[in-house]
Every structure is written in C-alpha cells, then in structure tokens.
Design a binder for this molecule. Structure first.
Ligand SMILES: [Fe+2]
Length: 270
C-alpha cells in the first residue's frame, strides 16, 4: 500500500468525520419536552365543591342587590339575660343598618357586581375593584357578621350544647367548659374591635379564631359556625369596659339548635 493511497484514505476519513460532526452541531441542543400537564376537568362536582356553602342563611347566600337589613327574629328586650334592649336596638337599627347603607352606596358605583352575593365578594376580595374593596370588606363583612349573629342567639338559648355540636366540641376541646374558656380568652385577647369565632377549617376540624374589624372567616377560607361580636358597641352600655363579663353572660342566649343547623350545612358540603 503506497503512502499516497494512505494519505487519500486519511483525508477522506477526516473530511467525513468533520461533515458528520457538522451535521450534529446544526441540529442544536435537543429539547426534552415535559409531558403536557393533564388539567382536571371541571365537572358539576368540582363546581359544587368550589362554591361557598350558604353562610348567611340555611338556603341562600346574602344578597347585595340591594343589601337589606334583616328583621330581628325576637324583640329588642328578648335577650336581657345577656344584652339589654337599648344595646340591641342601637346595634341592629343603627350599626347594622349603616353597614347595609354603606355597602349599597359602594356597589352603586360598580353595576358589574350587582349579581354577586356578599359571601362571593368576601371570599374573593381581590376580584373587587380597588376603589370600593375596603368598603365592601368592612360593610359587606359587617352585614354578613351581624346577619349570622342575630340568628345564633335566642331568648330560649343558653345551657349546654346539644346534638352534633356537643359531640364535636367534646372531641376537639375536651369539654364544653374547656371550649368556653378558650373562646372567651380569645375574645378577650382580640385587641380593639373584632369578632371571636368557632370555625371549620379546610381540614374539616373545629378551630377558634378571631378576626379584626368586620372581617369574616370566609375571606380566609374558613366556615363560620358561630361568632360573638366583641366591638364595644355590642356591650358597652351595660358592661362598660368589662368585656370578660359580657363574654361570660353571652352563653345564656346562645342558640344551640341554630348552631347545630350551621354545622350540618357545612358537613353536607364536606
Ligand atoms: Fe356589632
């Protein structure tokens, strides 16, 4: 084999290798595609799960088109075991009525919200136009909180809890007395104005929480089963600065049958 023949072979080999490497280089870095994520199909079940269960009433959410002051389900003096008639009158006819008026006034500026319930707005505050968001938060919250509050009190209330709520309280807190103590302490520790609540959390467990001002637990994804108003307007005429005494006496008017109904509404949704 001549040297000339070998040189030709070598040139051919080098040229071939160059062309092959050039071909690969032109293809660029291969892209590994992620598998397409599988979206969860939206079904009627998904929609039902994502909806807020009725929070204001057994069968319906709280209308905001327009918002209306509900009637008290008893006389002003019916809850004297815990709250005097003058406080009830001012609380319902003035304070609650003002939240309703302010909410209606704010919503007049945004007709696109007219079919949304108070619960739907409070559950998704970021979707509310910024110019009325705080007004809706405070006054929609005030309307919803007080609508619940009037219903969970009764002249025939008080005493030991009954039914499912009694079992759940014992299971979660050890006893009704232990629960009452924790609830009252939380209400007493809430600085300034606000509410103390028994809620169901996302894990379906009972929990005591407090909220500032007129915030409702649904804004944090919690379902309010019962709540006590610890604003001074709720107790100041009779109790002055003695919030702890008001919190203690309030148990004399707690409407356990209504609270049991609220437990069941949430259980059905879980
Ligand atoms: Fe209030």
């Amino acid at each position: 084999m001549s040297i000339k023949f070998l040189r030709q072979k070598l040139v051919l080999f080098i040229t071939g290798a160059f062309l092959v490497s050039l071909l690969f280089a032109c293809q660029g870095t291969p892209i590994v595609e992620s598998p397409t994520p599988t979206a969860t199909p939206i079904t009627q079940d998904t929609i039902a799960t994502n909806q807020f269960p009725p929070v204001a009433y057994p069968d319906r959410e709280l209308s905001a088109s327009p918002a209306q002051l509900p009637k008290l389900p008893y006389a002003y003096n019916a809850l004297e075991k815990a709250i005097d008639a003058e406080t009830m009158k001012l609380h319902h006819d003035r304070h609650h009525a003002t939240y309703v008026e302010n909410l209606n006034e704010a919503l007049q500026k945004h007709s696109e919200l007219k079919n949304r319930s108070v619960e739907a707005m409070l559950g998704d505050l970021n979707s509310i136009p910024e110019d009325i968001r705080e007004t809706v938060r405070n006054n929609g919250g005030g309307h919803l909180n007080h609508t619940i509050f009037w219903q969970i009190m009764s002249p025939n209330g008080g005493g030991q809890p009954t039914g499912e709520i009694a079992q759940q309280i014992n299971q979660t807190f050890g006893s009704f007395d232990a629960f009452k103590k924790q609830f009252n302490e939380a209400g007493g520790d809430r600085f300034g104005s606000g509410w103390v609540w028994l809620v169901r959390n996302a894990q379906n467990q009972l929990q005591i929480v407090t909220t500032p001002n007129q915030d409702n637990p649904i804004t944090d994804g919690l379902y309010p089963i019962m709540g006590n108003d610890v604003w001074e307007h709720a107790y100041y005429l009779r109790y002055q600065n003695r919030r702890a005494e008001y919190l203690d006496n309030w148990w004399n008017v707690v409407n356990w049958s209504e609270i049991n109904r609220r437990m069941q509404v949430k259980s059905q949704q879980s």
